[in-house]
Ligand binder design. Structure first.
Ligand code: NI
Length: 191
């Protein structure tokens, strides 16, 4: 089932999400719905707070990015062919590498894209959809998506990284989104 995506301005996007137990109600269905919702809205990642659940769960698919990339661009990234993965109760163990810039967007903040600096690598401990524990390092675009989705669990958004002036310039657009004055081709939750 495709779920509505929580729009910028809703408190759930500013809450720190909680770890869950294996008996969390309808978890497998929720995960299936998150994949469906993410693909329907052409996203490459989706975090549970964005579908109004304040829990530490997110899904990412960087495989589709590489699949759609021009051949000459593909060699630039260390994480080819990408990762498709469910992350439950993820916690960051370490960040590594240099900071690099990438133009980010967010399904909760439609029609806004901005350059954001993040580290090249992230090591995190998480459970997969079967509650099997992993500690793994991710790089490149995959690390980028993970760090963006992980921020959602911490109540953080990519616009928080922008310089104050840039943020000020976006204020009108952000206010419009929070009031539902934005046109998107997927369903959103404004209040
Ligand atoms: Ni996002």
């Amino acid at each position: 089932m495709i779920l509505p995506i929580v729009a910028y301005g809703q408190p759930v996007l500013r809450s720190v999400a909680k770890d869950i137990e294996a008996d969390y109600p309808n978890l497998q269905q929720l995960i299936a719905d998150m994949w469906e919702t993410m693909y329907h809205s052409n996203g490459v990642g989706l975090a549970a707070p964005q579908i109004n659940h304040s829990i530490r769960l997110f899904v990412i698919d960087s495989v589709q990015i590489f699949a759609n990339m021009e051949d000459e661009d593909r060699g630039k990234y260390p994480d080819e062919p990408g990762v498709k993965q469910v992350f439950i109760n993820a916690h960051i163990d370490a960040l590594g590498g240099d900071e690099w810039c990438y133009n980010e967007g967010c399904l909760s903040i439609p029609k806004i894209r901005e350059d954001v600096y993040r580290t090249e690598q992230v090591t995190l401990t998480y459970l997969d959809e079967n509650f099997v524990r992993h500690t793994r390092r991710f790089d490149g675009i995959t690390a980028r998506i993970i760090l963006h989705e992980y921020d959602h669990l911490e109540g953080k958004l990519f616009i928080d990284y922008l310089k104050p002036l840039k943020r000020k310039l976006l204020k009108g657009k952000l206010d419009d989104i929070s009031k539902g004055k934005v046109k998107v081709d997927y369903r959103m939750l404004f209040s």
